[in-house]
Design a protein around this ligand. Sequence first.
Ligand code: 13P
Length: 249
Amino acid sequence: MARRKIIAGNWKMNKTPSEAVALVNELKPLVATEDADVVFCVPAIDIIPAMEAAKGSNICIGAENMYYEESGAYTGEIAPAMLTDVGVKYVIIGHSERREYFAETDETVNKKVLKAFEHGITPIICCGESLTQREQGITIDWIRQQIKIAFLNVTADQAKTAVIAYEPIWAIGTGKVATTEQAQEVCHAIRVCIGEIFDQATAEAIRIQYGGSVSASNAAELFAQADIDGGLVGGASLKADFGKIVNYK
Ligand code: 13P
């Protein structure tokens, strides 16, 4: 069975609540499609107004992060139940910027992934290598390790519903997109790894995105690859171009 494409925007730390409403209203008609799931992952404070603005459209509003405890003395964090209470269905986990600037590790990623599943939120689990790692020829080993730890104690039924975003760090925000061959090679290796951890059915069901300088001009070629089921889009998700990416065909 063909996997349904999932194209997600990651707004990162951009857009105030009022700007978020304006952007959702601008993009709403442009991202209309029946062929893919369309998700806007927005800053926590934008979630509610963005959802209001997205009502009646095909846009699903997601979060960019979440904590792995239920509640308590964790100043500044967002609990999973706070997200589900307002209807959030997707959360980005372990983006490389969170790993780099906010000390997230494969272990905290795993805790967050487990917690997201516990609350019925679909995690968009990020992995990716640095330029040094790519040059050293250890990309696949590194990604396999990230995936194996992220999926510790996850069940096959949960994993089937997960989304993995392969985002080479050197391609994020640099305008330097991975070649389709590079992107397909790693996304395929991720699927093989999922097959090893779980089984073939899980490997075939899980959706794997590519992220890193996805644009209106490269989306079609990337998304046509056998193991690439859509994209996680940063910069271009904040512009009308996102409509072209979503309707890439
Ligand atoms: P850019 O599309 O801006 O390169 O960002 C990619 C990204 O980090 C999405 O999560």
